[in-house]
Design a protein around this ligand. Structure first.
Ligand SMILES: [Zn+2]
Length: 316
């Protein structure tokens, strides 16, 4: 198993690694990284850049989040060289991650979810790594910057954490579609991180006042923060009908959506478990019991209400 990687080096400098398609149904990252390869072909790179647009080719081939063994690549790191197909891909990607000085892993909500555009990182115990991750995340330039529990395992960022490699990830919509605004935001974010890390010249993608545009930064060190799939789970099988808009602020108990059965006789409201901003909402109408229908970013006690900015949207 060899993961298809593009790499280029023009001399001494750090090594930056980009991956997309860790989940096979997340298309913004794949398109943005493919375009980035084309752009970087004509630029001077002070160091080395490795780009893997489709990290999980068997899952992409099946247009699914996971590969044919049913394992979630983002729960399989560091993987096994003699394991299943997903475990072998994880092992190969882990070697790439260990060889990097900076790592950027791009995602989206896949076929099942829309995710508010955000860039995330672990609250790494090593202050040097954490400072680099905060810098990269700010440079990437999405409206939410989210630092979370560093103890989660199995992720690409867990492999980076264990290797002491500064790493960030990003999310932008999803729903099994390809957002042009997401592709543009990802390309710009990747260029800005490369410039921040000294690999390419500054593209002049700063705000008119010379600063990088700032997203809203939220850091949450509580156990399990950043794990999206366990929130607001469906109590029954059925159709999910969203009642809240992505990015909107909900008070505690306000409806995130409803689940209705085939005949429309049973209808259950899923209330927000706490106040906060909707950062993920189910895109796929079919929902099975136990699956998440959405994620509300907690308002942490004592902090101001969480109002998220608008984000660049696609024209209809
Ligand atoms: Zn993903």
């Amino acid at each position: 198993m060899t993961v298809a990687a593009w790499t280029r080096s023009d001399g001494d400098g750090p090594h930056a690694l980009f991956t997309g398609g860790v989940h096979g149904d997340e298309y913004e990252a794949m398109a943005a990284l493919r375009a980035l390869i084309g752009e970087l072909a004509s630029r001077t790179i002070r160091g080395r850049v490795t780009i893997i647009p489709v990290a999980n080719a068997p899952a992409f081939d099946a247009a699914c989040r996971t590969g044919p063994d049913g394992m979630d690549l983002a729960r399989t790191f560091p993987g096994k060289t003699d394991g299943t197909v997903t475990e072998r891909i994880a092992a190969e990607l882990t070697e790439h991650i260990r060889s990097a000085d900076f790592y950027i892993d791009l995602h989206s909500g896949g076929a099942s979810y829309f995710v508010y555009p955000l860039v995330g990182y672990t609250l790494h115990p090593d202050a040097r790594v954490l400072a680099a991750q905060r810098r990269m995340a700010r440079a990437f330039g999405l409206p939410l910057i989210w630092g979370t529990d560093p103890r989660l395992n199995g992720r690409s960022l867990s492999a980076a954490r264990d290797a002491g490699v500064p790493a960030i990830y990003a999310e932008y919509l999803g729903g099994g579609r390809l957002s042009d605004a997401g592709v543009r935001a990802y390309m710009r974010g990747c260029r800005r991180v490369l410039a921040e890390c000294g690999l390419i010249g500054d593209d002049g993608e700063r705000e008119p006042d010379g600063s990088l545009s700032q997203g809203r930064m939220v850091e949450d060190a509580r156990e399990g923060s950043g794990h999206l799939q366990t929130r607001h789970t469906a109590p029954i099988d059925g159709f999910f009908e969203p009642r809240a808009r992505l990015g909107a602020r909900l008070g505690p108990g306000e409806p995130l959506g409803e689940i209705v059965d085939a005949l429309g006789t049973h209808r259950i409201t899923i209330p927000a478990a706490h106040g906060g901003a909707v950062i993920a909402i189910r895109a796929l109408p079919r929902v099975a019991r136990g699956e998440s229908v959405g994620v509300v970013l907690d308002e942490i006690d004592g902090r101001e209400p969480l109002e998220l900015p608008e984000w660049p949207r696609d024209p209809l």
